[in-house]
Design a protein around this ligand. Structure first.
Ligand SMILES: O=C(O)CCC(=O)C(=O)O
Length: 301
C-alpha cells in the first residue's frame, strides 16, 4: 500500500483526568472509526506533584533536636522571614530520586568545566549547567511549591542563576560558614537558593549547616559556630534559603552518599552565575516552555 493517510487533528479541552494523590498515572487513548477500525495509542504518563505530608527533622549542633512540621505555604513564608530558610518535604518522588542518583553520577563522571561553565570544586563531586542535561532538568526549577516560595522573596519575574550539584567526598567537604551575598537591607533579598536532597542528609555524610536569622544582620559567624543547625533531612526534601544567610556544607566523615542539587535564583536584571543563554544547547532552547525561557532569561525584554 502506498500514499499518506489523511491527517486530522483532534483537540480535547478541559478534560479532567483522575490521578491518585501524589502519584503519576497513565492513560490510553482509544479511537474507533465509523467503519469499525480501531486505533490504540501507547500509554501517556502524567506526573502529579506530590503534596507535602511528611515531617522533617533538623538537628541543632551538637545534639539538640528541633522537630517541626510545615503544613502550608504560610508556614514556609514565616520561616523564610524569621529564620531565613524553610524545609519542604516530599518534593521529589522515589522514582525521581532513583533517576537523579543515576543521572548525577553520570554527570559528575563526565563533567567538563569548559562545556559546563564552572570550574570543578576540589574535595567534591560537582556539576553545573544541569538544565542542559536532559528533559527532566528543563522544568524542575519550576516545581511547586519551591518556585512559588522563591517568587515570594524575589518577585514573579525572578530568574534562575544556576542549577548545580555538589557532594562532599569522604573526609572532605567542610566549608566555612558563608553567605552567597552579604545581607543588604536596602536592596532586600536578591538571591535565594534551594538545596534538593537526593540522598538522606545527616551529620555523618556532610549535612548543610545553617545559622538561623543570620540573613537579617551582617555579623560574622561566631568562631564556635554556636547556634548552627545541621539540616538532617530525608531524600526528596528541599531546603529553601534566603541566600544571604550564613551557611555551608560540612565534612563527610562517613563517605556516605550526599548528593544535593542547588537550584539558585536571583532577581530579574542581575547577572546569572551561569549565563543560561550561552550554555544551553540550541536543541534545549528550542523545546523549552515560554515560562522556562522567561525564568532562564533567554529572551531580551
Ligand atoms: O551543598 C551544601 O551543603 C551547601 C553548598 C554551599 O553553600 C556552596 O557551595 O556555596
Amino acid at each position: 500500500m502506498s500514499g499518506r493517510p489523511r491527517r486530522r487533528d483532534v483537540e480535547f479541552n478541559d478534560v479532567v483526568l483522575p490521578s491518585p494523590d501524589g502519584q503519576g498515572a497513565y492513560y490510553y487513548l482509544r479511537l474507533r472509526q465509523a467503519d469499525g477500525h480501531r486505533a490504540w495509542l501507547s500509554p501517556v504518563w502524567l506526573d502529579r506533584v506530590p503534596r507535602i505530608k511528611k515531617e522533617f527533622r533538623m538537628t541543632q549542633a551538637p545534639a539538640k533536636k528541633l522537630d517541626s512540621t510545615r503544613r502550608n505555604l504560610q508556614d514556609h513564608y514565616r520561616n523564610l522571614e524569621e529564620h531565613g530558610f524553610t524545609v519542604v518535604p516530599d518534593v521529589l518522588t522515589e522514582d525521581e530520586l532513583k533517576f537523579l542518583r543515576e543521572a548525577l553520577d553520570e554527570i559528575y563522571a563526565t563533567y567538563d568545566p569548559e562545556r559546563d561553565g564552572l570550574r570543578r570544586v576540589e574535595g567534591y563531586h560537582f556539576a553545573s549547567n544541569l538544565v542542559n542535561k536532559g528533559p527532566f532538568f528543563e522544568s524542575i526549577f519550576l516545581r511547586y511549591p519551591i518556585y512559588d516560595l522563591v517568587c515570594s522573596l524575589l518577585g514573579d519575574d525572578c530568574i534562575l542563576s544556576s542549577l548545580n550539584s555538589l557532594e562532599p567526598l569522604k573526609g572532605q567537604g567542610n566549608q566555612i560558614l558563608h553567605r552567597d551575598l552579604p545581607p543588604g537591607p536596602a536592596a532586600g533579598t536578591i538571591v535565594v537558593n534551594s538545596l534538593w536532597a537526593i540522598d538522606d542528609m545527616n551529620q555523618a555524610n556532610g549535612a548543610t549547616r545553617l545559622m538561623p536569622g543570620s540573613h537579617r544582620h551582617p555579623d560574622p559567624p561566631p568562631a564556635d559556630e554556636a547556634g548552627v543547625l545541621y539540616a538532617e533531612i530525608p531524600a526528596g526534601s528541599v531546603i529553601v534559603t534566603n541566600a544571604h544567610i550564613l551557611h555551608g556544607a560540612s565534612a563527610n566523615p562517613s563517605g556516605g552518599r550526599r548528593r544535593v542539587m542547588h537550584v539558585y535564583f536571583t532577581r530579574k536584571g542581575l547577572s546569572q552565575q551561569l549565563e543560561q543563554r550561552k550554555y544551553l544547547s540550541p536543541d534545549v532552547q528550542a523545546r523549552l516552555s515560554p515560562l522556562a525561557r522567561k525564568v532562564l532569561a533567554l529572551d531580551a525584554d
